[in-house]
Design a protein around this ligand. Structure first.
Ligand code: FES
Length: 184
């Protein structure tokens, strides 16, 4: 059931019509206000995807393109692009009276989010042992070796650049801590 309208004066139509798409805040309601072909539109500022700022997007035909990941919503109805109409953001009644743009913030349409395939990069994190030998790491830590040297040893890479001049010698794997003590 429609509620009592709460028309908020957004500003002068002449001034607001200079911007095709802009964010405005009415009371506590952020809105994407658009103007095209002599008609204003007002939809929620928050994109259905992950809340991108629709009012900072741009128009492609009658669709607002979200500046974050390019989802599209109709600038007047709030419906998603063709094929995704049910994925819609709230839209607000708009009218122009005596040269002023008025938006009814009390009667938005409902937001509806459709399930989407997860992004290819969005995968569940899996914990697994790393490629490095824990024992070797512990030994290197015990020798107080600078971390850049330790990583070079672990990755079997030649050392490049300067290392700390007081660094202890790196003990090759398998040799005792102090080769002088173990010599006959
Ligand atoms: S937040 Fe709008 S497309 Fe991603």
């Amino acid at each position: 059931m429609a509620r009592e309208p709460d028309w908020i004066d957004v500003g002068a139509a002449e001034e607001l019509s200079k911007h095709s798409c802009r964010p405005v805040k009415l009371k506590n309601t952020p809105i994407a206000l658009t103007f095209k072909d002599g008609k204003f539109g007002a939809v929620s500022h928050a994109c259905n995807h992950v809340g991108g700022p629709l009012g900072e997007g741009h128009l492609e035909g009658d669709y607002i393109i979200c500046p974050w990941h390019n989802w599209k919503f109709h600038r007047v109805t709030g419906k998603g692009e063709p094929g995704y109409e049910e994925d819609c953001v709230p839209s607000f009644p708009v009218k122009v009276e005596k040269g002023r743009v008025l938006v009814d913030v009390a009667n938005p349409t409902k937001r509806n989010k459709l399930p989407h395939e997860p992004h290819p990069l969005a995968r569940k994190p899996e914990r697994a042992p790393g490629p490095h030998d824990r024992q070797q790491l512990r030994e290197l830590a015990g020798q107080r070796i600078p971390h850049q040297v330790a990583w070079a040893v672990l990755l079997n890479q030649p050392l490049s650049g300067r290392t700390h001049r007081n660094s202890p010698r790196i003990r090759p794997q398998g040799q005792p801590h102090d080769s002088r003590r173990s010599s006959p």
